[in-house]
Design a protein around this ligand. Structure first.
Ligand SMILES: Cc1ncc(COP(=O)(O)O)c(C=O)c1O
Length: 373
């Protein structure tokens, strides 16, 4: 066993220090130009993001949550319309549906922790208008299965791809399948800025036109207010930072996939664990590992063991999925999700981890289960 270590779940200062020398001149340049709102850095980032994703329109917005509100509004939902969304997601997905005037209906997930198409079918009623898969943990759902359900029932798809920039299903990027897709650039995201940020993307010209209006108080190019919108602009300074990081994004994803492969190698033979599919193990999926979420039948004891040895883990959403927040009053019979929430946890996954850090964590887990060298 290696010496003992302290491994935080996320290490913002270490990650920033790595790029500081290049970032500071870039930030100074934006400040010197006084270019804060809707300036060229935003336009350049949007063009580069659209190119990266292979999508017609990309719009920088204030955060992932408002991007979701805009996506649901772009569908044209009415009061009483239902949108099917997994319970295993950040509450923002359901809140956006609510704020856009529709009702979130929760679906179960499967062992890959993404929305289960069979559960989606069971939740469809005459009021269902939209399916909102959440491309969680950096993985894209089986979009063929979901599209075929949507086609059979005349439903639209919008993607909460806030955790999945660059993740692919059958060589197509998350966020580009449905009418609209959304991204979050919250600091801990694979592409994170120094504050809040997000994007709305679409191949649909009409949805893009509406989103441009919704982002900036409903003001048209001539300055007339044509509808009530939001202040949902992405700051130009954040856009400049994101554009810089997008150019190096391939390295970020590559390193995360290396770390995932190391975890898989060390943990795959432990029967009590459910692991994410290993990178490269499925021809249809390219995962970017926003998170490395596992299940363990001895979750709480395992976390304690890791913590005692300096390794910080966390539970997404504080350990509760949306159907477990009773005050929200949403549907609750979701067997896989219910069982999973007593078992799920995130191992550290970010590019400040060294190979030795990952081996240290893997060895601790092997020891906990009494396996390995
Ligand atoms: C799955 C999911 N949806 C939506 C959001 C909301 O994004 P933001 O925090 O940028 O508003 C997040 C971000 O945490 C997320 O992980």
């Amino acid at each position: 066993m290696h010496e003992s270590r302290v491994i935080p779940f996320f290490n913002y200062p270490a990650l920033c220090a790595r790029q500081e020398a290049e970032l500071l001149p870039l930030i100074r340049d934006v400040l010197a130009r006084g270019a804060y709102i809707m300036q060229k850095d935003l336009a350049e980032f949007e063009a580069n993001l659209a190119g990266y994703l292979g999508v017609k329109h990309a719009l920088g917005v204030a955060d992932g949550t408002i991007a979701l509100v805009m996506a649901v509004k772009a569908i044209g939902v009415k009061l009483g319309d239902e949108v099917i969304v997994p319970s295993h997601t950040f509450v923002a997905s359901a809140a956006a549906i609510h704020h856009a005037g529709a009702k979130p209906v929760l679906a179960d997930c499967g062992p890959d922790h993404l929305i289960d198409p069979a559960s989606v079918e069971r939740m469809i009623t005459s009021r269902t208008k939209v399916i909102m898969p959440v491309q969680l943990n950096g993985r894209t759902a089986d979009m063929d299965a979901l599209q075929s359900i949507a086609d059979r029932h005349g439903l639209a798809i919008i993607e909460d791809s806030c955790q999945a920039l660059g993740s692919k299903f059958r060589n197509r990027c998350a966020g580009t399948f449905g009418l609209a897709g959304t991204f979050s650039f919250y600091p801990s995201k694979t592409l994170g800025c120094f504050g809040d940020g997000g994007a709305f993307v679409t191949n649909d010209d009409k949805a893009a036109e509406l989103a441009v209006l919704l982002r900036d108080h409903g003001r048209s190019a001539s300055g007339d207010v044509v509808l009530f919108g939001h202040n949902a602009r992405l700051d130009n300074l954040q856009a400049a930072i994101l554009d810089f990081k997008l150019k190096r994004y391939g390295e970020e994803v590559g390193r995360r996939r290396e770390i995932a492969a190391m975890y898989d190698e060390m943990l795959r033979d432990i029967d009590d664990l459910v692991l994410p599919p290993a990178p490269g193990s499925e021809p249809d999926h390219f995962d970017i590992f926003q998170n490395y979420e596992i299940e363990s039948g001895r979750r709480d004891a395992l976390r304690e063991h890791l913590e005692r040895n300096g390794v910080k883990t966390i539970l997404q959403w504080g350990g509760k999925t949306i159907h477990q927040f009773a005050d929200l009053g949403l549907n609750r019979d979701l067997p896989y999700t219910e069982r999973m929430t007593a078992r799920f946890m995130l191992l550290p996954m970010n590019t400040s981890l060294s190979d030795d850090d990952v081996r240290y964590i893997g060895t601790l887990i092997q020891r906990f289960y009494g396996v390995g060298g």
